[in-house]
Design a binder for this molecule. Sequence first.
Ligand SMILES: NC(=O)C1=CN([C@@H]2O[C@H](COP(=O)(O)OP(=O)(O)OC[C@H]3O[C@@H](n4cnc5c(N)ncnc54)[C@H](OP(=O)(O)O)[C@@H]3O)[C@@H](O)[C@H]2O)C=CC1
Ligand SMILES: O=C(O)C1=N[C@H](C(=O)O)C[C@H](O)C1
Length: 263
Amino acid sequence: MRIGIAGITGRVGRLLVQEVLAAGAVLAGGTTRHPEQAGDLARILPQNTPLLADMAELARISDVVIDFTHADTVIPNARALAQGGAAWVLGTTGLSPMQLDAVREAAGHIAVVHAANFSPGVTLVQRLATMMGRALPAESYDAEIVEMHHRQKVDAPSGTALAIGEAVARGRDVALAEVRESGRDGHTGPRKPGAIGFAALRGGQIVGEHEVLFTSADEQISLAHKAFDRRIFATGAVRAALWLENRDSGLYNMEDVLGLPPL
Ligand SMILES: NC(=O)C1=CN([C@@H]2O[C@H](COP(=O)(O)OP(=O)(O)OC[C@H]3O[C@@H](n4cnc5c(N)ncnc54)[C@H](OP(=O)(O)O)[C@@H]3O)[C@@H](O)[C@H]2O)C=CC1
Ligand SMILES: O=C(O)C1=N[C@H](C(=O)O)C[C@H](O)C1
């Protein structure tokens, strides 16, 4: 399988190079906005690996493209991949509703795995969060999600925190947009009944930590996940890319990749 990497110079992109090669796949090439400045990548790339500024070109030479870049790239990347026919593993977070629509539209033409977090642990946390949302009544148990990441992270709350929030909302049979409370500051008034709250902390080199807490007047139950090494995301994304081989067009997630039965 020929795997292309969008955002090959990035924190996850560089780990993807190693994981694609370790999986025995062919590294088709990668995108960067500055191919002429990516000289230091040569140390980890097989000779003559194409570094391209254009996603359409990468789509032409790849069976699947793994994409960890920036939300601004999602709409053009969706079009380029749908036209080029390569499958898409998308890990970029901070997507707007319009960018999410572009992902769904692309999935009408190509196979797409989209996940805010490619670690098996977080995939399980999302599932457990749905079960907890279902079992713990919103009138009694206040749901809050706390996330911590490194100082370079540009979006908040993290994609994973929002995905956990969606999972709790699904369990409660409500739309997250209707009950979401983020960025409390100043005279906010009391907590709204049934709200799902978010808090985002940033500092140092924290890889990614998430906790969802359900607090009632009498008890608290929480579910926490810590990623110790960013490589867990790269390994999961390559697993998703291999799983996509010969897959029909459609939108898939990490639960599909891990083969978890529907809840
Ligand atoms: N789903 C998951 O499991 C995970 C998701 N993520 C998400 O993946 C994305 C990338 O994370 P990370 O590797 O840490 O980020 P980096 O900033 O380290 O890398 C992103 C790369 O994307 C390229 N890029 C292309 N277009 C843009 C643009 N418009 N603005 C900024 N960069 C651009 C840059 O390469 P160049 O400058 O060479 O063009 C950059 O090196 C983020 O959205 C992050 O939240 C991160 C970890 C896990
Ligand atoms: O930007 C990161 O680093 C991460 N982003 C993802 C997110 O927004 O949830 C996943 C992981 O937590 C690391």
